[in-house]
Design a binder for this molecule. Structure first.
Ligand code: FE2
Length: 367
């Protein structure tokens, strides 16, 4: 056995953990930049809870609430300009995957004298500012990973920025901040968490330890399947979805994702599908493609989720997400070429060629 483990994030899990652990905010100087989206921080109540704490601790703060879905390099540059101009000492991310990923980039750019594009092409030299994370969705996993997915027009796709300095310093996980989410976002993000658990478990980088996280998350996700189908998101279900997302984050920190994420990025970039929606479309074909390489594990996943065959799981997933986008053969060829540029392709349990990816796109989107 041989592996490396580095997961330095301090995690507080449970209802009201932000308020209960308010003193944790005082450990990082007295100037903070809050990075959030247009509405999630406010609607969830997380922004008010955090600003109340900062005021009580006499920590000066600025709010950068311009993070869009799938944050661009331009957006993270704007955030870092505010951080630098005010010499902030900590970045606080409130929101879903987009604000969290943007915060990781802003925390790096605030101390490294580089352009945002360089985050994707070189390693950062100076440790990022500390990052405190409060998710308001249950799915991204970014709350415990070092990954930041940024939209790069220069590459015509989403690209992963990764650094050991980009792990959140502290993450507060409280399901109550996810209770105001619309059903559509709840389901798409829950299925993103499911894809992390599944891809990590089947990844050729899967270890005994990562499999423990993945299987634990899959078991918890299994408890939520009926509630998702019936759109009955009780506090207990939201708590379990957040925990499953957290397990997915821990699992992919150890293994990365595989081809589902690589293939989904173009549907988000070119067809404006949400990340979870894009991933979910490919899950059935992904399992069929990999069945000969990892039949035993796939059977175990189906057993945990209580589906008797891949087609039953696929039918369940597809009826709970939005429509497939219309697509041309020309677009498929372009998307397959782009998917092959993603590092996660080599984690796939079965060696995959561009022609295989074209076939999967065709089966999923043209049939
Ligand atoms: Fe994801």
């Amino acid at each position: 056995m041989k592996f490396t483990l580095y997961m330095p994030t301090k995690v507080f899990y449970g209802k009201n953990c932000v308020k209960e652990q308010a003193k944790e905010f005082s450990a990082f100087g007295n100037k903070a930049l809050i990075v959030t989206g247009k509405s999630s921080g406010k609607k969830s109540g997380a922004l008010k809870d955090v600003t109340d704490i900062l005021i009580s601790l006499s920590i000066e703060y600025w709010v950068f609430d311009k993070v869009e879905n799938n944050p661009s390099l331009e957006t993270v540059k704007k955030g870092s300009i505010i951080a630098k101009a005010n010499q902030v000492s900590v970045i606080i991310a409130i929101g879903g995957g987009s604000p969290i990923d943007a915060a990781k980039a802003i925390a790096a750019l605030s101390v490294n004298n580089i352009e945002p594009i360089e985050l994707l092409t070189t390693s950062i030299k100076i440790p990022s500012l500390p990052i405190i994370v409060i998710p308001t969705t249950a799915g991204t996993g970014s709350e415990v990973t070092p990954y930041s997915i940024l939209t790069a027009k220069q590459f015509n796709t989403k690209k992963n920025f990764y650094s050991p300095y980009s792990f959140p310093t502290i993450t507060f996980l409280d399901y109550k901040y996810t209770c105001s989410l619309p059903d559509r976002v709840t389901i798409d993000t829950a299925f993103d968490a499911f894809s992390h658990l599944l891809e990590s478990y089947l990844s050729n980088k899967c270890t005994k330890q990562s499999a423990i996280y993945a299987i634990e998350g899959l078991k918890v996700f299994a408890n939520c399947l009926l509630a998702i189908d019936e759109r009955k998101f009780t506090d207990n279900i939201r708590d379990q979805l957040l925990y499953a997302s957290y397990m997915g984050g821990l699992a992919i920190t150890l293994t990365g994702t595989t081809i589902i994420h690589a293939m989904g990025y173009s549907l988000t970039y070119y067809k404006a599908l949400s990340h979870g929606h894009a991933n979910t479309l490919f899950i059935g074909e992904y399992l069929r493609f990999n069945n000969q390489a990892d039949k035993e594990k796939i059977e175990n996943v189906l057993k945990i989720l209580k589906f008797s065959a891949i087609i039953d799981l696929e039918t369940y997933l597809l009826k709970n997400i939005g429509k497939k986008p219309t697509i041309s053969q020309e677009e498929i060829n372009k998307f397959a070429t782009l998917a092959m540029t993603q590092g996660s392709v080599k984690n796939n349990p079965r060696v995959i060629k561009e022609s295989d990816i074209i076939k999967i796109y065709q089966k999923v989107l043209l049939r």
